[in-house]
Design a protein around this ligand. Sequence first.
Ligand code: NI
Length: 179
Amino acid sequence: MAIRKILKMGDPRLLRVAKKVESFQTQKLLSLIVDMTETMHHAQGVGLAAPQIGENLQVVMFGTGEANPRYPDEAPVAKTILINPVIVPLSQDTEEGWEGCLSVPGLRGRVPRWKSIQYSGVNELGEPVDREAHGFHARMVQHECDHLWGILYPMRIKDFTQFGYTEVLFPELSDASDD
Ligand code: NI
């Protein structure tokens, strides 16, 4: 169990396509999940993907079950561990919203995402997860799963006038610079 170093944009390990998890209930997987949980909480993040700590596996976590002070207007998202995820858009409707990322500290950008998705996969026990998500919840899932395909949110920004430093864009959040 350990707080792990979070890789930052520019590290080629963030650009890999992660491998599927093949074995469940293993010490290796459980240790990874503990490390990811501790690392995410230490960084006060709302989501984390295994590649962000250098583990090339399709494991993401997101949500805390509580309101996050950085996203005060958004309903809390249940704490979720999602492995080997598949995302299917429920319509082609997209919307732009602000995102940050622990691997891109100090910055925020407006990113287009599908508004409504179905996502599926398994949890840490290998049990199926199958949900619909909309809005902020859908955005969070798309952001975290993108890490598994080697995509960081700046790679999806269309309008680079909507990309900048958190302390400038959102001075009220300046003590919360990362995602
Ligand atoms: Ni991220």
